[in-house]
Design a protein around this ligand. Structure first.
Ligand SMILES: CC(C)(C)c1nc(N2CCN(c3ncccn3)CC2)c2cc(C(N)=O)c(N)nc2n1
Length: 331
């Protein structure tokens, strides 16, 4: 049985490694060299090999899980994962805005604008601050349990920082960066394998791999975009504060999110990113606009599967050939 000093050292190593993992993969701002990080990880691995009774599922040495799954177990989302209504031009965005303003009988309310990441929506469940379940959106009610695959994504925290509640669900969009997609297709082309059509398909395929080692071998990332349910965390007044709070817990929140107070500001944000979208290291297909105050979200409610308080303002469709050429695929 490991003596106290070993148990202390293991706890200290885990805390340090989760912290440096967060700095490197979530903040993109490491404060330790790769070599020193690897030395800490190796020290923990060695102790865990000598003292297997100390191994816990949230250990940073266990990101690349066990054996390949035969198939995926279905999981029911505690809170339905809603859909998003679409707007394709300024007129329909303004129609959405007017409807919300009339329903709220209120002229000024803030809105968050978020880039609509073109990936795969997932649900992450944490109990006592430890990552316990990851699932695809599926049909919104039931998804696939892909916990082992999501654990391999370094920007998904295995252990939360700060003071998380006993139960927390977070939603995010998992995606493959464009550069990783290009490199993956280059390797597949060299092996004469079929190419992925776009980063979204290759990301979805990677998350639904049966073998977590394959998922781990591809550089998948996540942007967290909402709480599972605002009711889970009383005391947060609005979505913007919720995103700030999630960042303080260790989640990766997109730095381009913006708080807007008028529909003009929303349109400015949209036009800015129509221009900037191809300079981003990940694919986006629009802007998600959300009424910010939680009390307004709940009074607006949901129609069918779509919240009245959010809309996806889609970017104009692209000429496919130009797109492929732009990301370096010669067609
Ligand atoms: C919380 C709400 C419902 C407003 C919401 N829902 C979203 N989505 C719903 C539809 N989804 C979906 N997926 C597949 C099939 C049908 N709907 C995919 C996620 C969001 C997606 C993104 C993103 N992609 O970056 C985002 N920044 N915020 C979102 N916010």
């Amino acid at each position: 049985m490991a003596d106290d000093s070993i148990v202390q050292r293991v706890a200290e190593l885990r805390r340090e490694l989760h912290y440096h993992n967060h700095r490197y993969y979530v903040m993109d701002d490491p404060v330790i060299s790769d070599f020193d990080y690897d030395m800490l990880l190796q020290e923990l691995r060695t102790i865990e090999e000598e003292h297997p009774e100390l191994v816990t599922p949230d250990s940073p040495t266990h990101r690349i899980g066990g054996d390949p799954a035969e198939g995926f177990v279905q999981v029911e989302h505690r809170h339905t994962m809603l859909s998003l209504g679409n707007a394709f031009d300024d007129e329909s965005l303004e129609a959405w805005y007017r409807r919300v303003r009339n329903l709220l009988d209120d002229a000024d309310f803030s809105m968050t604008c978020e880039l609509k990441i073109d990936g795969l929506a997932v649900s992450l469940v944490y109990e006592d601050g430890v990552f316990v379940q990851g699932a695809t959106r599926g049909n919104g009610f039931v998804g696939e349990n892909v916990t082992q695959n999501l654990r391999t994504i370094r920007s998904i925290p295995l252990v939360l920082q700060g003071d998380p509640p006993p139960y927390l669900e977070v939603r995010g969009e998992v995606y493959m960066p464009v550069e990783s997609f290009r490199r993956l297709n280059e390797e597949r082309a060299e092996r004469g394998e079929q190419l992925f059509a776009n980063p979204r398909n290759s990301g979805a395929g990677t998350i639904r791999q049966l073998d977590p080692k394959v998922t781990a071998s591809r550089n998948m990332q996540i942007w967290a975009y909402s709480l599972g349910d605002a009711g889970d965390v009383p005391g947060l007044p609005d979505h913007w504060e919720a995103l700030e709070w999630l960042k303080s817990l260790g989640f990766r929140i997109n730095p381009n999110n913006r708080l807007c107070y008028t529909v003009e500001e929303v349109k400015d944000y949209y036009r800015e990113f129509v221009e900037r979208r191809h300079g981003l290291p990940y694919e986006v297909d629009g802007v998600v606009v959300k009424v910010n105050p939680f009390n307004y979200q709940s009074s607006l409610g949901v129609v069918g599967r779509e919240p009245r308080w959010a809309v996806a303002y889609k970017f104009p469709a692209e000429r496919a050939v130009t797109r492929l050429l732009e990301i370096g695929i010669n067609v």
